[in-house]
Design a protein around this ligand. Structure first.
Ligand SMILES: *Cc1c(COP(=O)(O)O)cnc(C)c1O
Length: 397
């Protein structure tokens, strides 16, 4: 076997292998779409945004899609709407149950609404919000939020059941999950609403952008006003909305990117399967497990590194991969309940989340990555394990 770069071997990627590279649609296709609309003079929240909303609704099989400026603003407006029952001037301080193992924006949407985030545990193998733990934290809650972590659907069935039992709405952060399926349906139609991101590292991309999907017509009507300052046409808003509109320029990129969705997802699944096969027998390395009857977009391909079994700890593995030119991320570390801005909401120890967060490592995966690139990342991990003792010693210095 080859010698790892960290021990003086030749790096596998002298030019570097990036963690992600946005699959931008061709500029010509974007301009072709944009030009006629641009010439009308309506450059925000107009024809292309409507076209995008309609195409996305029909792809997902949902009644309504509301395009917004980004996923964060979409989450913010959904939390506002769902906690207040679409009302009103006087705001409650809702308790909102959500995962700690998610991206910070999920929590920010709660805090920006004056809510109190109640962080719940995740499952150590699927990384998804743990319904049993959620059940113990729902007392007094006004909203439940789930995240489809890394593009793999969370346990929508159990979580929908819990929300229903508690009589509260259920919102999904679907930032990673454009094109994922669960229980024979596309992600987009679970809970009261789902919110997607189109920022550059996500699946369908627009530069900046978000999409809210829902089967609730009243909620969609409310959100269309909410993204436009709360204005319903008479400039006398009933609640404080935002400017969270999507511009036509972004919608043009989104439409061109959406056209390439199938080939994009197929590539990700192919690369993910290479990783899954190539790492299946490697001691101490475990790939994220999908729940039964689900498919993932593989927005991220994440594994856990068990330091004892693998012989090298997660952070040294990342260092050794970097020496090979391979860029990785530790999504999500630290988890929300350990981030500085959430210290006022400390739920105490979340042992499963903290362990996962210390062991998780996301590997490069992007549409135009070559098959042999994934093979080389796999062989890098095998050789790090092979030379584990020397590597631990070298990194520890
Ligand atoms: C990227 C991301 C967001 C934020 O999306 P923006 O469109 O950048 O606002 C929210 N939640 C999760 C889980 C994300 O990964």
């Amino acid at each position: 076997m080859r010698k790892p770069a960290i021990l003086g071997g030749m790096p596998l990627f002298p030019e570097g292998l990036p963690f992600a590279r946005p699959p931008l649609p061709s500029f010509d296709k974007v301009v072709e779409r944009l030009r006629p609309v641009y010439e009308t003079g309506m450059i925000t929240n107009s024809l292309l945004v409507r076209e995008l909303e309609e195409k996305v609704s029909s792809y997902f099989g949902v009644a309504q899609t509301v395009a917004v400026s980004c996923c964060t603003s979409g989450l913010l407006l959904c939390v506002q709407a769902l906690c207040d029952g679409f009302a009103a001037a006087v705001r409650s301080q809702p308790r909102v149950v959500l995962p700690s193992f998610t991206f910070s924006a999920t929590g920010h949407a709660v805090v920006w609404n004056g809510g109190f985030p109640v962080f719940a545990e995740c499952n150590p193998e699927t990384y998804q919000l743990d319904p049993e733990d959620v059940a113990t934290r729902l007392d007094g809650a006004g909203l439940l939020i789930g995240t489809h972590v890394a593009g793999a659907p969370c346990d929508t069935e159990a979580l929908e059941g819990l929300a229903k039992q508690a009589g509260i709405p259920f919102l999904l952060d679907a930032a990673h999950a454009f094109g994922a399926c669960a229980r024979g349906r596309r992600v987009a139609s679970f809970g009261n609403a789902e919110v997607f991101s189109m920022s550059p590292t996500k699946i369908v991309i627009s530069g900046e952008g978000g999409l809210i999907t829902t089967d609730d017509e009243n909620l969609a009507t409310h959100l269309r006003a909410a993204r436009d300052y709360g204005n319903t046409g008479d400039y006398n808003p009933a609640f404080a909305g935002l400017n969270a509109r999507m511009s036509e320029l972004h919608a043009a990129v989104a439409l061109a990117s959406f056209d390439e969705l199938k080939e994009h997802l197929d590539r990700r699944v192919f690369l993910a399967e290479s990783y899954r096969d190539g790492l299946a027998e490697l001691a101490g390395v475990r790939s994220q497990r999908l729940l039964d009857d689900t498919t993932s977009t593989y927005k991220d391909y994440s594994v856990t590194i068990n330091a004892e079994e693998f012989g090298v700890s997660r952070s040294f593995v990342a260092t050794a991969l970097r020496a090979e030119g391979i860029d990785t991320r530790c999504y999500f570390s630290p988890p929300l309940h350990q981030q500085k801005c959430y210290s006022p909401y400390n739920p105490g120890k979340l042992a499963v989340t903290e362990k996962l967060s210390a062991e998780v490592l996301s590997l490069p995966i992007w549409r135009d990555m070559k098959n042999e690139d994934a093979e080389k990342v796999i062989s890098a991990l095998w050789s790090i394990h092979q030379d584990r003792e020397e590597i631990e010693a070298a990194c520890a210095v």
